[in-house]
Design a protein around this ligand. Structure first.
Ligand code: COA
Length: 160
């Protein structure tokens, strides 16, 4: 069974991420979507909340598993029996960062290959920060995120 992992912060998951997951499922037998605990980023949602939103958003997706990790992504890939790391490439501006990360991960684990997939053009300008910002000021994000994420964002930013 060819397994891959798709790591990210997913704070929160957007339709851009889901587009990548759909493409990965077409190519590989199992896709493990894994939430980075990532102390280098201050997140709006806890790991548990991010995992929960992914679970809810990906209900009905066969061959997709969801978990979280702390530490090095290649170690988590190894533990999971994954042979590859999926990353999304939205624009040329993503390339340098992804290239650097892919080469570092290859240096750490030569047997784990990074695979870069491009989401649909309609998602190229999307990221979680933009969605959080929009939601914070009560903008409509329903076009960018699954209903559960929309609800959770509303809860987080509801006026007191
Ligand atoms: N659609 C929409 N947005 C997307 C996207 C897509 N297809 N792909 C990426 N993004 C956005 C994310 O929403 C995120 O937005 P934000 O910064 O506004 O929150 C941004 O692009 C960054 O993407 P993300 O996938 O969350 O990457 P990251 O840089 O935060 O984390 C890890 C990447 C977790 C894989 C990386 O930090 C990691 O591997 N950490 C573990 C430590 C390690 O192993 N280090 C060695 C590697 S060099």
């Amino acid at each position: 069974m060819v397994k891959v992992i798709y790591p990210g912060t997913f704070d929160p998951v957007t339709y851009g991420h889901i587009d990548i997951i759909k493409r990965a499922v077409e190519l590989f037998e199992e896709v493990i979507v894994t939430v980075a605990k990532n102390p280098s980023k201050t997140c709006l949602f806890t790991v548990e909340e991010r995992v929960e939103m992914l679970r809810e958003s990906l209900k009905g997706f066969e061959r997709v598993k969801i978990d979280w990790f702390d530490g090095l992504v290649v170690e988590h890939a190894r533990r999971s029996g994954a042979v590859g790391i999926i990353r999304g490439l939205r624009a040329v501006s993503d390339f340098e960062y992804e290239f650097q990360m892919a080469l570092m991960n290859r240096k750490l684990a030569d047997d784990i290959t990074t695979i870069l997939l491009m989401p649909h053009a309609r998602y190229t300008y999307l990221n979680s920060t933009i969605v959080r910002n929009l939601a914070q000021f009560h903008g409509n994000v329903s076009e960018f995120v699954p209903p559960i994420v929309n609800e959770k964002l509303k809860e987080k930013f509801k006026t007191k």
